[in-house]
Design a protein around this ligand. Structure first.
Ligand code: SF4
Length: 198
């Protein structure tokens, strides 16, 4: 059976249904470079959703998002601002590892988008943080520069959005680089939004 995300995903109403069906997806070329589909994680109490780019080698092997060096850095910055990964939902814009960890193509992101948007609706987070350019493009469209919008409040699918840098960029530019500084500040903004009374 060929699963068409656009036809199938919007009708699925639970995390388990979405994850199980996603494992049968061969809708874009990334199905050929993956070891497994990585749907993400969703603890039932999650009010904050992090959206990254794509599974890397560690995630492709382990089946979970952000479990390599980027994930370790992310965990330490989350702890600095009083957030714990165990309380957060974490997804990627595409669910399968691109070859050689290249950036997902726009067409691949577009094909996978119905999975992501159905997941967002099931999770129903109060705040969404996009990590990096691919997730930003999903939320605000292509052509928006991360340097221009990071740490500011926007809206996506009716939820509050705070864009920031991907932890891989923070690693690449090092401990004194602008991306790490921004990641700290922007996740602190997200934490303060969660603490704001409804
Ligand atoms: S990346 Fe998304 S659309 Fe492409 S095969 Fe994987 S789950 Fe399907």
């Amino acid at each position: 059976m060929i699963v068409d995300p656009a036809a199938v995903a919007p009708a699925l109403r639970t995390w388990d249904e979405l994850s199980a069906t996603m494992h049968e997806c061969f809708a874009c070329p990334l199905s050929r470079s993956r070891t497994r589909v990585v749907p993400g994680v969703f603890p039932a109490s999650a009010r904050l959703l992090l959206v990254g780019e794509a599974p890397g080698r560690n995630e492709d092997e382990g089946g979970l998002p952000f479990i390599g060096r980027s994930g370790q850095l992310l965990d330490s910055v989350l702890a600095e601002v009083g957030l714990e990964r165990a309380d957060l939902a974490v997804l990627n814009t595409v669910k399968c590892r691109p070859p050689d960890n290249r950036t997902p193509r726009q067409s691949e992101g577009a094909t996978c988008r119905p999975w992501l948007e159905a997941q967002v609706d099931v999770i129903d987070p109060r705040v969404i943080v996009t990590l990096g350019s691919s997730a930003l493009a999903w939320a605000l469209g292509t052509g928006v520069r991360i340097g221009a919008v990071h740490g500011t409040e926007h809206e996506v699918r009716g939820r509050t959005l705070v864009p920031t840098y991907h932890p891989a960029a923070a690693l690449r530019f090092g401990p004194n680089g602008a991306p790490l500084r921004a990641l700290r500040m922007d996740l602190a903004v997200a934490a303060s939004l969660l603490a704001r009374p409804l």
